[in-house]
Design a binder for this molecule. Structure first.
Ligand SMILES: Cc1ncc(COP(=O)(O)O)c(CN[C@H](CF)CCC(=O)O)c1O
Length: 366
């Protein structure tokens, strides 16, 4: 039998419009010879016309307000975050959500920056604990908290923005990852779009909506940090490849991007509904699900005497690709009362769901 994937790490390449991507790349090659053979030193922030396209798309899709000048394109969110850290005061205190994005936690620790982790409540990062810890920079994933899936409601967003506005050296890094996919409520505007004190740095990526291998991510700097960026970092060449950028621009400007997102939402909503239904039917009250009304994964706790490691082993033996929440509990303290897992459906076709849930049940209970 072949593998069945509950992974949140991958996207379903079978629905990526390779043909239209290819014709966009062909057009980019034909139309943008100048930008292509120009060394990217002239575009440390990425090609201007591409940034214009992204600024336009973000204002419609996420209510983000920015000029193309404020956008910095980079080859991955981690690299952009690395650049960003050089714009803040030397001994800034950083804070991030726990459970949270382990790769961000590790990269902050690698730089031995002062770092605190802040637990979540049912509205996202705990504002009371944030006030207690009083960091300078807080990294949040409000659209679909990673990995728990909590969607930060507008009330908490306002509280967060008011907190940041109280002091000059406070910033919010909004990682809007996985924001393209909302199922119940309509899209809640980004923190960046609600921010009137220039406290929010917006991080975005095309890894989820297009392909992770593209390595086209971007950050939007408020004016004051943009000034500091230009003073300190303008010698750094763009790390996002020009042909990828120009193809992306064709793909967005031609309307293909909007069409693709719409198609993916239809495919994913159907999978998500079917997966939740099948899990409820099979596991009944032994499963508790969280964070399912957005993104391409949700989390589930299972009421079982088995340990996470035993389940992970049996899942592997049953050929299901499954990630548990232990690595995302930062500071190595497990935050859940029962074995908890990430259930992704981006790479789980509808016809595999019954079999996948059956194998999962076997790994957890039989
Ligand atoms: C919270 C969060 N912000 C951004 C990215 C995107 O980064 P980039 O492709 O470099 O733009 C990811 C990507 N997450 C990866 C794939 F899902 C790894 C997940 C894991 O480490 O579990 C992410 O989780």
């Amino acid at each position: 039998k072949d593998w069945i994937s509950f992974s949140h790490m991958s996207v379903d390449r079978s629905i990526f419009p390779f043909d239209s991507w290819f014709s966009c790349e062909h057009r980019a090659l034909r139309l943008s010879r100048l930008e292509l053979n120009d060394d990217s030193s002239r575009f440390p922030q990425g090609i201007y016309s591409v940034r214009k396209t992204i600024a336009r798309f973000l204002s419609v899709a996420r209510g983000v307000k920015c000029f193309p000048e404020q956008i910095v394109l980079g080859g991955g969110t981690q690299f952009l975050f690395y650049l960003l850290r050089h714009l803040f005061q030397e001994n800034s205190l950083y804070a991030m959500e726990n459970p949270g994005y382990r790769r961000m936690y590790e990269s902050l620790k690698m730089e031995s920056l002062r770092l605190k982790t802040i637990p979540l409540d049912n509205k996202g990062i705990s504002i009371d604990l944030l006030k207690q810890m009083n960091p300078n920079v807080v990294y949040v994933t409000p659209s679909h908290q990673f990995p728990s899936g909590v969607v930060m409601p507008i009330s908490r967003r306002i509280q967060l923005l008011n907190w940041a506005a109280e002091k000059d050296d406070r910033y919010i890094i909004e990682d809007d990852y996985d924001s393209e996919f909302k199922y119940e409520s309509d899209t809640i505007p980004s923190l960046q779009g609600l921010d009137s004190y220039e406290r929010v740095i917006y991080l975005g990526t095309f890894s989820k909506s297009l392909l992770p291998g593209l390595r086209i991510s971007y950050m939007i700097l408020p004016q004051q940090l943009l000034k500091r960026y230009r003073e300190k970092c303008s010698f750094i060449m763009s790390t996002s490849n020009a042909l990828g950028q120009l193809t992306l621009q064709q793909f967005i400007d031609s309307g293909e991007y909007r069409k693709h997102i719409k198609h993916m939402k239809q495919v994913y909503i159907e999978r998500q509904k079917k997966l939740i239904e099948t899990l409820k039917k099979r596991f009944d009250s032994a499963i508790t699900m969280h964070g399912a009304n957005a993104g391409l994964h949700f989390t589930a706790e299972f009421d079982t005497p088995r340990t996470i490691d035993e389940i992970a082993e049996r899942a592997h033996a049953a050929k299901i690709e499954l990630y548990n929440l232990k690595p995302y509990c930062l500071e190595d303290h497990y935050l859940y009362s029962k074995p908890a897992f990430i259930l992704g459906f981006a790479n789980l076709s509808v016809d595999k769901i019954e079999e996948g849930v059956e194998r999962l049940y076997h790994a957890i209970f039989e």
